[in-house]
Design a binder for this molecule. Structure first.
Ligand code: NAD
Ligand code: WQD
Length: 343
C-alpha cells in the first residue's frame, strides 16, 4: 500500500518523502509546483537511492485525485499542500480559503469516494492565537488571528466533524511550531522565493551576503533579552513525528480517530539567541538592528511536548546547533536554491 504525500516537493514535504522512503514505505508525491521545483524530487531520489513516483496535480482537482488514489492503491495521505504565508493571507484571503480549505475538502471527498480513510494533516501552532499560558498544551483554547490561521482551524474542525461521523476515519493533526533546518546531506532544504518572512531564512541570507542586515522585530518584549521567543524544531525531527503518526494510525493504536498533537521541542529561543547560534555555525557575522514589533507577533510561544511523547512515542532530538549547521550546509551547497547547486 502506498502513502500519498501532497505538497511533497515542498520544504517539509520533501524531507517527509525521504523519511517515508527510508522507512520502507511506497509513496506517491502530488504537487502543483506553485511553491516548489521538481529538482527536489531528484534530490530525494539521490538521498534515498529510490525512484520517486510523482504526479503533477492540484489538490482542488477531485477527479484527478481519485484517479491517483485508485491507480497507486493508496492507503493513507500525508497532507502538506497549501499556502502558508501569514502576511500574504491577509492580502489574498480568498486564495488561502480556496487552496487550503476548498483543496482539503476536495481531497477528503476524493478519499471518501476511494475508501482511503487515514490522513496526517499539517496544522500549525498559530491555531492557539495569543498564548494564555505556556508551554502550550493541546487543550489550550484555539483562536485564529489571521486568514492563514483561520484556514488551519477550519480544516481541523472539518477533520473532527468527518471523524465524528464515521469511526473508520483516522486523522492525525500535527501542530508544528517553527520548523527550521535541512537534511544533513545538504541536498534538500528551504528555498523561499522573494524576501523571506521567517527568521531563519532571513538570517541565512544575511550570512551569505544577500541581505545587509536583519531587522529584529521588537526588543521590548517581556522575555529574557527583550526579543521574541519561539520553539524552533529541526525539520528532520518534525518529519519523524509524521512517520510515527502514520504508524500509530495504521496500527490502530491512536487514542481516538482524530487526535491533535504539538510537534515542537519544548524549548524557546530568542531572536538574539538564534543570531548567536547561527554565527557559531556559519562563522559569519549576522548584522542586525532593532526595529519595531511586527504586527500580530507574540512575545513567547513554545510547546508542551508531553502528549506527542505519549501518543507518538516521539521526541525531537536535534539541538539548535544542529538546526543552524544543517541550514548553513544546505545554503552553502545551494547558494540560490535548487537551481544553483555547487559541488
Ligand atoms: P511549502 O510551500 O514548501 O510546501 C507546500 C507545497 O504544497 C509546495 O510544494 C506547493 O507547491 C504545494 N502546493 C500548494 N498548493 C497546492 C495545491 N493546491 N495543489 C497541489 N500542491 C500544492 O511549505 P512547507 O513549509 O513545506 O509547509 C508544508 C505545510 O506545513 C503547509 O500546509 C504549511 O501550512 C504547514 N506548516 C508550515 C510551517 C512552516 O513554518 N514551514 C509551520 C506550520 C505549518
Ligand atoms: C520568529 C521570530 C519574529 C523575521 C510563523 C507563522 C506561523 C508558522 C511559523 C506556519 C519572531 C522574529 C522574524 C525577521 C525578526 N508558520 N523575526 N526578524 O512568526 O513565530 O511563525 O512561521 O504555520 O504560523 O506565523 O515565525 O520565523 O516569522 O518569526 O525579528 O526578519 O523572529 O518577530 O519573534 P513566527 P518567524
Amino acid at each position: 500500500m502506498t502513502v500519498l504525500i501532497t505538497g511533497g516537493a515542498g520544504y517539509i514535504g520533501s524531507h517527509c518523502c525521504v523519511a517515508f522512503l527510508q522507512a520502507g514505505h511506497d509513496i506517491v508525491v502530488l504537487d502543483n509546483l506553485s511553491n516548489a521545483t521538481s529538482i527536489s524530487l531528484d534530490r530525494i531520489a539521490e538521498i534515498t537511492g529510490q525512484k520517486v513516483v510523482y504526479e503533477q496535480a492540484d489538490i482542488r482537482d477531485q477527479a484527478k485525485l481519485e484517479t491517483i488514489l485508485k491507480q497507486h492503491r493508496c492507503s493513507a495521505v500525508v497532507h502538506f499542500a497549501g499556502l502558508k504565508a501569514v502576511g500574504e493571507s491577509t492580502k489574498v484571503p480568498l486564495a488561502y480559503y480556496d487552496n487550503n480549505v476548498v483543496g482539503t475538502h476536495r481531497l477528503l471527498s476524493a478519499m471518501a469516494n476511494c475508501g482511503v480513510k487515514q490522513m496526517i494533516f499539517s496544522s500549525s501552532a498559530t491555531v492557539y492565537g495569543e498564548p494564555q499560558f505556556l508551554p502550550l498544551t493541546e487543550d489550550h483554547p484555539t483562536r485564529a488571528v489571521n486568514p492563514y490561521g483561520r484556514t488551519k482551524l477550519i480544516i481541523e474542525d472539518m477533520l473532527r466533524d468527518v471523524a465524528a461521523s464515521d469511526p473508520s476515519w483516522g486523522f492525525g493533526i500535527l501542530r508544528y511550531f517553527n520548523p527550521v533546518g535541512a537534511h544533513d546531506s545538504g541536498l534538500i532544504g528551504e528555498n523561499p522565493l522573494g524576501i523571506p518572512n521567517n527568521l531563519m531564512p532571513f538570517i541565512t541570507q544575511v550570512a551569505d551576503g544577500r541581505r545587509e542586515q536583519l531587522s529584529v522585530f521588537g526588543n521590548d518584549y517581556d522575555t529574557r533579552d527583550g526579543t521574541g521567543v519561539r520553539d524552533y524544531i529541526h525539520v528532520t525531527d518534525l518529519v519523524e513525528g509524521h512517520l510515527r503518526a502514520h504508524e500509530v494510525l495504521a496500527s490502530g493504536s491512536a487514542p481516538s480517530n482524530c487526535f491533535a498533537v504539538n510537534l515542537g521541542t519544548g524549548n524557546g529561543y530568542s531572536v538574539l539567541e538564534m543570531v548567536r547560534a547561527f554565527e557559531r555555525a556559519s562563522n559569519k557575522e549576522i548584522r542586525f538592528s532593532f526595529a519595531p514589533r511586527r504586527d500580530g507577533d507574540v512575545a513567547e510561544c513554545y510547546a508542551n511536548t508531553e502528549l506527542a511523547h505519549k501518543v507518538l512515542n516521539w521526541k525531537a532530538e536535534r539541538d539548535l546547533d544542529a538546526m543552524c549547521r544543517d541550514t548553513w550546509n544546505w545554503v552553502c551547497k545551494n547558494p540560490r536554491g535548487y537551481e544553483t547547486a555547487v559541488d
